[in-house]
Ligand binder design. Structure first.
Ligand SMILES: Cc1cc2nc3c(=O)[nH]c(=O)nc-3n(C[C@H](O)[C@H](O)[C@H](O)COP(=O)(O)OP(=O)(O)OC[C@H]3O[C@@H](n4cnc5c(N)ncnc54)[C@H](O)[C@@H]3O)c2cc1C
Length: 370
């Protein structure tokens, strides 16, 4: 039996950042690191300039910069009109650039730093002892670890594996899905930055530079849209994107990877911490990739959660309530901004995607604020 204070389930940016912060605070913890057969497809997530001071305040900026695919200096968008809009980061202070992070490289870095505290696993069971301790059984092939702790952290992203076991409800704010693949890197003469977002009748797409040879292309739509069943097959993309201004230009005859589908919707857990558990990163609140806010959210929730955990272990009153209140305020503000962004696109009033999206937003608003 391993005795610890905090059991972190999930080894993404949120889980490992929390482990890094708890190590600095001298709190005992264990990370359950799920072994996956394949590495997830690289998304080259953008961390915007406004998030870099947060990384610096946690002494993480050097790691993120050193491992990053590249710096990024702005982006283009065709959203709400046919006119190309350009946003340059050189107007931002104190950092005039953002980062295209290399998530796998950051995670590899943390795996080395935190080696002694990691338990690789493929699945886990969760129960509570009569004296209210958390008991986790972690399984890997034929070996089992039994871990006893005081607080369990859900850092399993949109899976919310811990919350599901406890019975905490997820609130889906919409039903956006993503379809991603890698394509060869080419330049367009009108574009100075290597990120472009474009809305079209049945959804929207983004092209984002990964390295000197590849870029990442993602198409977003809803499960009810007519293009949804066709998007897993790259050969359909040419027809789907034929009326776009820029996205179609980048389409190669053959992609450099398989198309990988997944969830990209905004969602949150009904509450983000209670009694003996706390959720961080996407498990607490998952953002629409349009916001470029997922990584910042993972780091920020981790920062506030680490304080809540320290306070809770010291028996300070309201530690988790404060965490919940901060998150409620953030999600309220995020939702308002996202709502405005989607509503600013009015070109395809009869499109299933844009119509259903607006009505999803309406019902979600009732769920959160009703
Ligand atoms: C297409 C797309 C583009 C995006 N672009 C951006 C962007 O430009 N900028 C940005 O900031 N964000 C972006 N995001 C969002 C960003 O990737 C996420 O918000 C961020 O990675 C969340 O980190 P996390 O650690 O909370 O979760 P995750 O990265 O999902 O990590 C969860 C971890 O938990 C593990 N896990 C899952 N289930 C279990 C289980 N049952 N047991 C144990 N472990 C488990 C997983 O293996 C994984 O290691 C994008 C997302 C998508 C889908």
């Amino acid at each position: 039996m391993i005795n610890t204070d905090v059991i972190i389930v999930g080894s993404g940016i949120a889980g490992f950042t929390l482990a890094h912060l708890l190590l600095k605070s001298g709190i005992k913890f264990i990370v359950l690191d799920r072994i996956q057969k394949r590495r997830p497809i690289a998304l080259a997530e953008t961390v915007p300039p406004a998030a870099l001071p947060l990384l610096e305040s946690l002494d993480l900026l050097k790691i993120f910069e050193r491992t990053a695919h590249k710096k990024t200096y702005g982006y283009h968008a065709l959203w709400g009109s046919n006119e190309l809009q350009t946003n340059h980061f050189y107007r931002h202070n104190p950092y005039k650039y953002g980062l295209k992070i290399n998530k796998s490289a950051i995670i590899d870095h943390f795996r080395k730093e935190l080696e002694k505290y990691i338990i690789p696993n493929t699945r886990f069971n969760l129960s509570r002892s009569t004296d209210k301790k958390i008991i986790v059984e972690s399984f890997l092939h034929n070996s089992t670890h039994r871990i006893e702790g005081k607080i369990i952290v859900d850092a399993t992203g949109r899976n919310r594996a811990v919350l599901k076991k406890i019975g905490v409800t997820t609130i889906d704010l919409d039903s956006l899905n993503s379809f991603t693949c890698h394509i060869p890197r080419i330049k367009h003469k009108n574009l100075v930055h290597d990120v472009i977002t474009e809305a079209f009748e049945h959804g929207w797409g983004i092209i984002s530079g990964l390295n000197s040879e590849l870029q990442v292309m993602t198409i977003f739509t809803n499960p009810t849209s007519i293009i949804h069943p066709q998007l897993s097959n790259f050969t359909n993309w040419k027809k789907i994107l034929q009326h776009t201004h820029y996205l179609k230009y980048f389409l190669p005859s053959k992609p450099q990877s398989k198309v990988k589908g997944g969830l990209a919707n905004s969602s949150r857990s009904e509450t983000t911490a209670k009694d003996f558990w706390i959720a961080i990163g996407d498990a607490a609140m998952a953002y629409d990739p349009l916001s470029s806010h997922g990584i910042t959210n993972a780091i920020y929730t981790t920062k506030t959660a680490s304080q809540a955990i320290v306070d809770s272990l010291q028996q300070k009153a309201n530690a988790f309530e404060i965490y919940n209140t901060v998150n409620d305020t953030i999600v309220h503000e995020y939702f308002k901004n996202k709502n405005q962004m989607y509503r600013s696109e009015k070109r395809w009033k009869t499109s299933q995607f844009w119509k259903s999206y607006h009505s999803d937003l309406e019902s979600a608003k009732n769920l959160i604020f009703g």
